[in-house]
Write a protein that binds this ligand. Structure first.
Ligand SMILES: C[S@@+](CC[C@H](N)C(=O)[O-])C[C@H]1O[C@@H](n2cnc3c(N)ncnc32)[C@H](O)[C@@H]1O
Length: 263
């Protein structure tokens, strides 16, 4: 596949903010320009990634051994299979992304523990049947046993509210009792007017357009699930290990996080 490295790419830019290795000069320049307009973006990306690690650790400690990670992103420190297989080497992970660049890197770099299993499939979240019916998923995950469905910093790229609700419902329905939903999502709920302006400027500088959603909208994805403590909270606060004063101050765009169990 041809990759044009002179054009900034959202996944490579995110990888740059996370301190990963898969980015080029155009991604770094564009990432720096966005961070000048919207300074908290780097902290938010890192806080989101740190949540992913804490949530996968928590679920692995609860005995979950299967993960369906949709919206994988480029490999960065603490990928889902690394965190899960450190705790349980037999953990199985299916990664899904709709970006061919992400999938090329993922296949090359994300080598799982041979005692477990790691698979990658290129599919769009908006087509849950393609994900659920994919041979790689069927070979890797046993959908009669609990699965953690990770929708971490991905739903907000889909702008159609009804489509998101339908997709989450379909994916949830495919999983048995004892499964978990792990979600992070951009929100304006904490935004000041200056924060909103900075957020808009980010898009003017080529940032990927995100559909921020309110807490009440996010709650509709969780109907009927048991929400794990501490509930729907800012991403840096979910079972945080650091001191409150060391966490990013979300005075503009925030990210909600939640983990919920299917009864
Ligand atoms: C911000 S990254 C999140 C990466 C990782 N989940 C994390 O939290 O660190 C979002 C990823 O979602 C992918 N993505 C965006 N829209 C998607 C869609 N409709 N279907 C599948 N993946 C999508 C992008 O390609 C990107 O790799």
């Amino acid at each position: 596949m041809d990759i044009d490295t002179s054009v900034p790419h959202p996944a490579r830019r995110y990888n740059y903010w996370l301190g990963g290795k898969d980015h080029f000069a155009a991604d770094r320049e564009s990432g720096d320009a966005i961070a000048r307009a919207f300074p908290i973006v780097v902290e938010l990306a890192r806080a989101n990634r740190a949540f992913l690690r804490r949530a996968v650790t928590f679920l692995s400690e609860q005995g979950v051994r299967q993960f369906l990670d949709i919206g994988t992103g480029l490999p960065a420190p603490d990928n889902t299979h690394e965190v899960a297989q450190r705790i349980a080497p037999d953990a199985r992970v299916v990664y899904v992304d709709n970006d061919p660049i992400v999938m090329t890197h993922a296949r090359a770099l994300l080598q799982g523990d041979p005692r477990g299993r790691t698979a990658y499939l290129e599919a769009d979240l908006r087509d849950p049947e393609a994900i659920l019916g994919h041979p790689a998923l069927k070979e890797t995950l046993d959908l009669t046993r609990p699965v953690a469905l990770l929708l971490v910093a991905v739903l907000h790229f889909v702008h159609d509210d009804e489509q998101v609700a339908a997709v989450v419902r379909r994916l949830r329905d495919a999983l048995p009792s004892g499964s978990y939903l792990v979600l992070t999502h951009g929100t304006m709920d904490f935004s000041s007017p200056e924060g909103i302006r900075a957020y808009e400027q980010m898009f003017a500088r080529g940032g990927t357009d995100v559909r921020a959603r309110s807490r009440s909208m996010i709650e509709t994805y969780l109907t009927g699930l048991e929400i794990v403590e501490p509930g729907i909270v800012r991403v840096s606060d979910w079972r945080a290990e650091d001191r409150p004063e060391d966490r990013p101050v979300s005075d503009n765009l925030g990210i909600y996080s939640v983990v919920a169990r299917k009864p």
